[in-house]
Design a protein around this ligand. Sequence first.
Ligand code: XUL
Ligand code: CO
Length: 437
Amino acid sequence: MKAAFPDIARIQYEGPRSRNPLAFKHYNADEIIAGKPMRDHLRFAVVYWHTFRGTGSDPFGVGTMQRPWDDGSNSVSNAQKRARVAFEFMEKLGAPFYCWHDRDVAPEGKTLAQSNQNFDAVARVLKEEQQRSGIKLLWGTANLFSNPRFVHGAGTSCNADVFAFAAAQIKQAMEVTHELGGAGYTFWGGREGYMTLLNTDMKRELEHLARLLHLAVDYKKQIGFKGQFYIEPKPKEPTKHQYDSDAAACLNFLRQYDLLPHFKLNLETNHATLAGHSMQHELEVAGAAGALGSIDANTGDELLGWDTDQFPTNIYLTTYTMLAILKYGGLTTGGVNFDAKVRRESFEPVDLFHAHIGGMDAFARGLKIAVAIRKDGRLAEFVKQRYASWDSGIGARIESGKTTLPELERYILKQGEAAPNVSGRQEFLENLINEFI
Ligand code: XUL
Ligand code: CO
């Protein structure tokens, strides 16, 4: 097959002084940072949907993307050709992982049987290309939101047949993920939410969603798939309220329905923003619950209230993200997945390279800065000291669960007043972070 990016060679690390837009300035895959290569810390993944299926269309205009390798048809052979182009791109970029939805990689047929056949035919090419290139599948997922049948949701649809269809789609997407050696499988709640409560039985919908996930857990065991299951929180869009609205809501849902042992969270930056949180907040909520799995790395626009899915370039964002990831032990099954799209105005194929190189460099800098902050130790020491009153005396008794309300009353009556508070030193800490940026 003719190269899709004939003028672009494998992207090399050239260091911070390089002025080559097609080189890494900070991401040096083999460089050892805090005991392991950057490649293994960051586990970068390219998303199939935005990068190879994104057209650039928006509610006001049609697609703009120039993708000369794509004949625009919905044929299996076009999908197979596109898969080979995807691997050429990922190889030249040096991305070790990728992610897909079933319907990104293969065209949907008129019946489920036809769709399954199409998916299998493209999956054969994906497997061949994975073996040839060594690029691995970070996670697969099923698209349960684009087809009009999912207008009322999938697992939460009022139509039981639609639930069954969704289950069938998940079954095959899991099988293909397993066949391709996927490290994980993600559930993002597409249209699992509501547009109006007037027509919605929320309790029943939530129970159905839990039922669907339990069926997936059972099937995972049945086929021997060992990858990690993830839930991806998002508060709104496409529905007015998505049930998986944020990390805390997901954890509560998973706990309530006995699903927590089987899932971790896949956190997406722009979804955190839409939920009125920072990514740092979402990472802490998940990390504290032992459920920090993977991230969809992108960014929103502070002035726009929708999911703009932009490539991350903000070094504070990547620093805080990597600080949290390192704090909770680093990425194991998960990765830094660029669930991001080039702008509609950035329509040339080379823009795909600029976008990913920028995101990878921004995360490489975030990683290096976070490692330096951790090595310096002042930030962690400050937090440790801030809670020192819990390490002995009455604090230790409270933490160990040995105390009672009467004992605490006696303690304070004896003291007369609580020990004086000390400053939170926010500005000092912000300045400390800036020393490293
Ligand atoms: C939607 C979104 C999805 C999931 C996978 O906002 O992030 O692309 O990552 O379904
Ligand atoms: Co996402």
